[in-house]
Design a protein around this ligand. Structure first.
Ligand code: ATP
Ligand code: MG
Length: 253
């Protein structure tokens, strides 16, 4: 599925906060944003991973829409980093070819300034949103995620940006998300409605023991068929969405 041509970039239609900002899905990302903003204000949280138990549950799509939505807040500068060094995909959502990125910065082939891609769009204030692609990764690249160089880069990014979102591979069967999860302020778990099984979720939660889980995002809720939402959204069009069902920290902060 291809999106609209804006400037030189072709944004994927799944970036609803840019391509269809009035959709229920886009509104739900803004609801999620307000919870994250609350945590940022209350607890000073700046860095977040987005992960999920298994492949294809919507981590990358959620990370991109949430990060863009945050960048649309007034005076907020946001970075999105593709830390899926095994199967990077975010560059495709932004319609860019894979170029230098995270791995090239860590291996000192590129300065951060060169690797960061400023995303331009009429719905984004200039300079509000930057994307760091995975870069030219190979089989050994994921080992960088646990390095002190990665720690330093994460610190640098959190100094330059108000919020930094890290897209990760699935928890099962890879350690990458757990490694990164230890280094960020908050971890968000994406589940795919009607797809993520209870067994998969249990296995994932057993294999990753993070103190900083802040919420669960239910991706792919069908608002038309779900009785819980049908009354509320009866007058709106049917669409896919991400729905924040919990954001721990709202009440205990
Ligand atoms: N709610 C949704 N509605 C429609 N399509 C969706 C939805 N969520 C995800 N998708 C589609 O499902 C596919 C997987 O989504 P995405 O790449 O975001 O998942 P992922 O968890 O990052 O996958 P991976 O584990 O491979 O990194 C993509 O084609 C995406 O566009
Ligand atoms: Mg992904």
């Amino acid at each position: 599925m291809r999106g609209k041509l804006l400037g030189s970039a072709r944004f994927d239609d799944h970036l609803v906060v840019l391509t269809d900002p009035k959709a229920i899905a886009a509104e739900q990302y803004r609801v999620l944003r307000s919870r994250i903003e609350h945590l940022s204000q209350e607890k000073g949280f700046r860095t977040f991973i987005i992960t999920s138990p298994a492949v294809g549950e919507g981590k990358s799509m959620t990370a991109a829409n949430l990060a863009i939505s945050m960048a649309q807040s007034k005076d907020r500068r946001v970075a999105l980093v593709d830390c899926d060094l095994r199967r990077p995909s975010l560059h495709r959502l932004f319609g860019t070819r894979m170029k230098e990125g995270l791995v090239d910065v860590l291996e000192e082939r590129s300065p951060l300034e060169t690797a960061l891609v400023p995303i331009e769009h009429p719905l984004l204030a200039p300079g509000s949103f930057s994307f760091l692609p995975a870069g030219r990764a190979n089989a050994a690249s994921p080992e960088w995620l646990g390095s002190t160089k990665m720690d330093k880069l994460m610190t640098l990014l959190s100094e330059r940006f108000d919020s930094v979102f890290f897209d990760t591979p699935p928890i099962l069967p890879l350690a990458d998300a757990a490694v990164l999860g230890e280094k960020v302020d908050g971890a968000l778990l994406v589940l795919r409605a009607g797809s993520t099984s209870a067994e998969t979720l249990t296995l994932a939660m057993q294999s990753i023991d993070l103190q900083n889980w802040i919420g669960v995002i239910l991706n792919g809720v069908d608002f038309e068929r779900s009785s819980r939402y049908s009354g509320i959204y009866a007058t709106y069009q049917k669409t896919y969405s991400a729905q924040a069902i919990e954001a721990r920290g709202d009440s205990d902060g």
